[in-house]
Design a protein around this ligand. Sequence first.
Ligand SMILES: C[S@@+](CC[C@H](N)C(=O)[O-])C[C@H]1O[C@@H](n2cnc3c(N)ncnc32)[C@H](O)[C@@H]1O
Length: 232
Amino acid sequence: MEIDVLTLFPEWFSWFAAQRPIANALAAGSALRAVSYRDYTPLAGGQVDDTPFGGGPGMVLRVDVVDAALRSLYGRDALELHGQRRIVALTPSGRLLDDALASELAGERAITLLSGRYEGFDERVIDHLATDAVSIGRYVLAGGELAAMVVCDAVMRKLPGALGDCRSAIEESFSPVLGGAPEYPHYTRPASYRGWSVPDVLVSGHHEQIRAWRAAQSAQRGSGGGPGGSLP
Ligand SMILES: C[S@@+](CC[C@H](N)C(=O)[O-])C[C@H]1O[C@@H](n2cnc3c(N)ncnc32)[C@H](O)[C@@H]1O
């Protein structure tokens, strides 16, 4: 898989690319490239933003700058890229990232993540240049870089070779294997700590009972019950 991130802070991604599971996915053949809008802007002095029409605080990332960056990177008009690669604008009001969307994106050959800053994108970026608008949660970050990293992590950990044990990504919270429910609780040694004991079934050695207990715990969390696992 090939992921390009357009950002004003490409240097943030050097550290990120060296972390697991990203580094593992890259070693297994994926590519992650972070590029600056400023390197492609047609405007003088590296300008990428402008004041909002209608007034108000902050600056807006210009549509012509994003368009020029896409054209320079891929050698063709952004609209011609639709159908060949997902162009994802990161924005607080976009489609909420969940496990299903992460799996969907992990099935793509190529993705471009557009990170905004300041007041965000000129809406024409979202309406015309992007194929998708994605939010990592209903809150506002200062910029799209962390959101891009969240998307990359959630997507790339699903790729072959990203995790030490590929089974980890099959049966986990929100996966189809668990019917979309949160995962069951995990425990490790010591079996008893400050009087807090692990459930007897987990140290019983009865694999069938353990499977049944885990399935029940997951289902209970999915229905909104259970400490640490309740869903809205
Ligand atoms: C300060 S935010 C802009 C917020 C915008 N004025 C609003 O009220 O929706 C700047 C950029 O950060 C990114 N961003 C902030 N919060 C985000 C979120 N929850 N999900 C995805 N991207 C986010 C987007 O790329 C956005 O363009």
